[in-house]
Design a protein around this ligand. Structure first.
Ligand SMILES: Cc1cn([C@H]2C[C@H](O)[C@@H](COP(=O)(O)OP(=O)(O)O[C@H]3O[C@H](C)C(=O)[C@H](O)[C@H]3O)O2)c(=O)[nH]c1=O
Length: 186
C-alpha cells in the first residue's frame, strides 16, 4: 500500500492527508490512521474518542466548533459518504494566521483526510445529500468546554459554496467575534 502523503496548508499544522489505499476488483482498502505515518503531525497522537456524524441535506452547515483548554482537541476527519466543504479556522492566540480560514473538499471516493490541530474551529457544509463524517478526537468531548463561532461571521467571511441550510439553533446563535476575542492559548 502506498504510504500516506502529508500536504501542508497555508495554516501551520493544518494538514491534508492523502491516506494510503489499495483498489482491486473487489473494491478498495484504505488506512484511516497509522501511528508511524502520522506521528509527524503531532507526537504521541492518541484518539480517546471517535465520532460519526450523518447529515441528510445538501447545503447543511455544521459548526464552527472547538473546545477550550484543557479540553482542546485535534481532529482527524474523513468523509465516508457524499462530499463536503470542510473548513478550519485558526484561533491560536498570536498565530500569524489568526482568524484565517482554509477549506478542503473531502469526499468518500477520494482517500483525502484532514488533520486539524487543537486551537482551530471546525465546520463543514454538505455538498451532497446523505453525508457521513468520521472524526477522531485527541480529547474527549466536554460540554463545559465547548466553544463556537458563527458560520456567517463577517469577520471570517467564509465562502460557503451553497446557501447554508439546516443550521442548528446553537450554530445560528453563536456569538459574533469582537475585538476582545484574543484566541485560544496554546
Ligand atoms: C461532539 C459531541 C456532541 N455530543 C452531543 C451534543 C449534542 O447533543 C449532539 C450533537 O452535537 P452537535 O450539535 O455539536 O453536533 P455537530 O453540530 O455535528 O458538531 C460536531 O461537528 C462539528 C463540525 C465539529 O467539528 C465537532 O466535532 C462536533 O461539534 O451530540 C456528544 O454527546 N458527544 C460529542 O462528542
Amino acid at each position: 500500500m502506498n504510504p500516506a502523503r502529508l500536504h501542508p496548508t497555508p495554516l501551520a499544522g493544518l494538514t491534508v492527508i492523502e491516506s494510503g489505499s489499495v483498489s482491486d476488483t473487489r473494491g478498495r482498502f484504505s488506512r484511516i490512521f497509522c501511528e508511524d505515518e502520522l506521528s509527524a503531525l503531532q507526537a504521541g497522537l492518541h484518539f480517546p474518542q471517535v465520532n460519526l456524524s450523518e447529515t441528510c441535506q445538501r447545503g447543511c452547515v455544521r459548526g464552527l466548533h472547538f473546545q477550550y483548554p484543557p479540553a482542546a482537541d485535534a481532529k482527524l476527519i474523513r468523509c465516508l459518504r457524499g462530499r463536503v466543504f470542510d473548513v478550519a479556522v485558526d484561533l491560536r492566540a498570536r498565530s500569524p494566521t489568526f482568524l484565517r480560514w482554509h477549506a478542503v473538499e473531502l469526499d468518500a471516493l477520494s482517500s483525502l483526510q484532514v488533520f486539524i490541530p487543537a486551537g482551530f474551529a471546525h465546520g463543514f457544509q454538505a455538498l451532497s445529500d446523505d453525508v457521513q463524517m468520521l472524526y477522531l478526537h485527541t480529547a474527549r468531548w466536554s460540554r463545559a468546554h465547548e466553544g463556537g463561532l458563527r458560520y456567517d461571521d463577517p469577520s471570517l467571511d467564509i465562502a460557503w459554496p451553497l446557501p447554508p441550510v439546516q443550521v442548528s439553533a446553537r450554530d445560528a446563535t453563536a456569538a459574533l467575534l469582537d475585538a476582545q476575542f484574543a484566541g485560544l492559548a496554546p
